[in-house]
Unconditional design. Structure first.
Lengths: 158, 158
């Protein structure tokens, strides 16, 4: 086996990885101090943005208030191959992250998120998201993607 | 199902996750610009450090030359549970990353790395790592871990 590394150039491939992913890992920095966090998300193709549900306070919020620029990765893990290494497809994006405060956009963001993550999004919505109050009390972030690149590492028989 | 989030406090649990992981995602920053990269690694308990094999040049090297402070994550992904969310155990570490230049330490680092990643590390060593030249031409990084924290998100029947 040998490992083949190649750049994924087709934007549709990159968007597919973003649509299929369940969580992203995001790099933030403040005064040259790096920070990292794993977050569930939903990708909205029309806005080319990610919606993320999170607590209303915490380190993430402190970091993006100081510096909204983020860099994130979504990995489609295809396993470790002996004598070859980790095989995967990944998308790395740079973007700006901001707190969503408008309740209509929060509702929209939850739709994006639940449609991507859940098999029965409406069941969850009817159970947990019936009142405006629930949206008001929930934190939501949006990452506007500035650019994305993709990479594939795969194994091939020699 | 409901999701339970808890801090993993037992240092042995955290070290176990570092020992079992195949790759880590690392956040770097330079002049307040964040960067992210996924890398295979081996964890050396005696030095409380990660060894990473990489190219001798590239963005990672530029970033750590400007700022050696990194923040990384190792995720033990336990899958997405409907109506509950992503379940996983994770370790987040802060540390300093530097380029390993000493050939003896490179050999040691490759041992750590291959012992963690491969089922038959000696086969690989005999095949690819017989000459000093190979070590000289290979890039290696070490992350000295300053602190680690761990988190567990799991599903529990209500």
């Amino acid at each position: 086996m040998r490992r083949i590394e190649k750049e994924l150039k087709d934007k549709q491939d990159l968007k597919k990885i973003l649509k299929d992913g369940k969580y992203t890992i995001i790099s933030l920095c403040k005064e040259n101090e790096p920070y990292i966090v794993a977050l569930s998300y939903g990708y909205d193709e029309s806005k080319h943005a990610l919606y993320i549900h999170c607590a209303k306070e915490g380190q993430k919020i402190d970091f993006i208030t100081a510096n909204p620029h983020v860099c994130g990765i979504v990995i489609e893990d295809n396993g470790y191959k002996e004598e070859c290494g980790q095989t995967y497809r990944s998308v790395v994006f740079r973007g700006k992250m901001e707190v969503v405060r408008d309740i209509q956009e929060k509702k929209y963001g939850f739709d994006v998120l639940l449609n991507q993550l859940e098999e029965n999004p409406n069941t969850i919505k009817n159970k947990f998201l019936k009142k405006d109050e629930t949206y008001e009390n929930s934190g939501m972030l949006r990452v506007d993607i500035i650019d994305i690149t993709g990479k594939e590492e795969k194994a091939e028989s020699q």
